[in-house]
Design a protein. Structure first.
Length: 511
RNA sequence: CGGAGUGUAGCGCAGUCUGGUAGCGCACCUGGUUUGGGACCAGGGGGUCGAAGGUUCGAGUCCUUUCACUCCGACCA
């Protein structure tokens, strides 16, 4: 396509509130446009092209893996959320509204309820199982504090898949199959990622794994083993238990645990000195939705003791009604791996995928049953699988950029090659540029032709900012029959003879 | 929700203390000179100064109220 006709509003200046490389470059490169600084974004032609590329890879691999694409209604009746018991738990992140008849609806932040509702109406027999349906659709979460551009917008594009099985074993087979499929997808997209064990959060369920794009700016801390494949989100990471003897000093942290319907309890968490309370683990240990610091002076009626303290503390020291022993402390750098004894380290990651072994959490709540071989009604066993498609766009740039701008991976680039005519008033440069442009188009190579009358400098800046993998410059050496071939990564420049240009470009671009 | 701050042209900001013609840079339009690293000259368009009320001869500026957003902490693909 011709640059002069496309809406690509590049900008020299960095937008005020953008601090993350991906946010800055996507805005400056004219990929996205923010809507009123409130976590909402428009995708402009370049951004939409990248989004479609990612979507295509995701769809192709999922279809190959036997999943079926559907599109569920974005607006979902609140009653389904009430039925599943998630209305309260999801809370303020749900955007709720009424229609003209005063019926209550929510904008879907994830679609377990909708999907289960669909399946319970249409699937009745074990003969129809297993089934794996997915969609690539908008989601809305009314985030408390949207930031970092596409990384944490309120409206975002997500691929969400749901599988239904006759038993746990079959669900676990699909879970493993999806782990492999996701690895294929992220590898194809060209990102450096790591699969880690995770907490299941508000979705619920047991086994869960996250796919993390490794980047220093990531919001998640992940723990990885130096010696083996073990990796886990800090929220779920476990280490080889330490052994404490009786003389150990310990600290007690008093927290207020919040439950459904506004109920709360004060709980004391007891940790060895120097250890840190891991709130997600602590929530899980007491079945709470949330924890906050408690300033109550009274003795807490419930005490949870870090399990590794075991016999080292005397439970009679606490005047408590209930005492539990749980793993509630954060893994620290230098701790030992439970699998191989290797040293554990921290690193930062961006969560771009999450797969869950859901079990019967939703099928039971929503009455999604099937008849088995014996004619018995049984709840389906489910798995659920997500990929943050719009977030991936940001994650790819977070991992692939330099001080000049974006460096797109081949599968995601909006175009594969850009032709830059240094001076449009130079008839020879213009003619050779056009010739190559039409040849590339003829061969089905996605090409962006910078035919603007701007000066060379600003065209190069725009090229570097947008980050298309390759460029050809029709410039000052044209009279000697030479043009320049540029590889964006590293800005490597090569001189190429004009006679072999078309073949040369085709070979490099398609290799 | 707790703490800090900001609202003035499409974007980034000055002007507010000390009331008196609405400013600057970038972007945009016209003409000309330029054309290998964000050119230059000349001319031009664009604003209910976040909103409402008040004080005053006169309010972007002072007073009151209100709304919005940003930044730092607890949630998530």
């Amino acid at each position: 396509m011709k640059f002069s006709t496309l809406l690509i509003p590049t900008s020299k200046e960095t937008p005020g509130d953008a601090s993350l490389a991906s946010h800055i470059y996507l805005l400056r490169g004219g990929f996205i446009d923010s809507v009123g600084d409130s976590g909402l974004y428009n995708f402009l032609p370049l951004g939409k092209k990248v989004l479609d590329k990612i979507r295509f890879v995701v769809k192709e691999e999922l279809d190959r893996a036997g999943c079926q694409e559907v599109a569920l209604s974005f607006v979902t009746p609140e009653s389904l959320w009430r039925e599943s018991g998630r209305l309260e738990k999801y809370g303020r992140e749900l955007l709720r509204f009424k229609d003209r008849k005063e019926n209550n609806f929510v904008l879907g932040p994830t679609h377990e309820e909708m999907m289960v509702n669909l399946i319970r109406r249409t699937v009745k027999s074990y003969k129809q199982l297993p089934l794996h349906l997915y969609q690539i659709n908008l989601k809305f979460r009314d985030e408390i504090r949207p930031r970092f551009g596409l990384m944490r917008g309120r409206e975002f594009l997500m691929k969400d898949g749901y599988s239904f099985h006759v038993n746990r074993e079959d669900m676990q087979r699909e879970f493993a199959h999806m782990e492999e499929t996701y690895k294929t997808i992220f590898t194809r997209l060209g990102v450096d990622f790591r699969v880690v064990e995770a907490d299941s959060g508000a979705i619920g369920g047991t086994g869960s794994k996250e796919f993390m794009v490794l980047a220093d700016s990531g919001e998640d801390t992940i723990v990885i083993c130096e010696s083996c494949e073990y990796g886990a989100n800090i929220e779920a990471a476990v280490a080889e238990p330490k052994v404490y003897d009786e003389g150990v000093t310990y600290i007690s942290v008093k927290m207020k645990a919040h439950y459904d319907e506004g109920k709360s309890k004060v709980i004391a968490f007891v940790l060895p000195e120097g250890a840190e309370l891991q709130e997600v683990k602590a929530c899980k240990a007491v079945g709470a939705n949330d924890l906050s610091v408690s300033d109550e002076s009274a003795q807490a009626p419930i005490v949870v003791i870090e399990q590794s303290l075991g016999a080292a503390v005397d439970p009679h020291d606490f005047d408590a009604k209930e005492i539990f022993y749980e793993d509630i402390s954060s893994v620290k750098e230098g701790d030992r791996c439970v699998h191989c004894g290797g040293v554990l380290r921290y690193t930062k990651g961006i969560e771009v995928g999450h797969i869950f072994q859901l079990g019967t959490r939703y099928s039971e709540a929503l009455g999604c049953h099937f008849l088995d071989e014996n004619g018995k009604s049984v709840p389906m066993v489910m798995g659920t699988y997500g990929i943050g498609v719009s977030r991936l766009l940001a994650a790819i740039i977070e991992q692939n950029h330099d001080e000049r701008g974006c460096i797109w991976t081949r599968e995601c680039a909006p175009f594969i090659v850009q032709i830059i005519v240094a001076n449009m008033k130079d008839e020879a440069q213009k003619a050779w540029g056009e010739k190559l442009y039409y040849e590339m188009r003829e061969k089905g190579i996605e090409v962006l032709f910078d035919d603007r009358t701007k000066r060379f400098g600003s065209k190069m800046r725009d090229y570097e900012l947008i980050g298309i993998p390759y460029a050809v410059v029709m410039g000052k050496n044209l009279p000697e029959g030479k043009v320049e071939f540029i590889t964006r990564e590293g800005m490597v420049k090569e001189e190429v003879g004009i006679e072999d240009l078309s073949l040369f470009v085709e070979k490099r671009v398609l290799s």
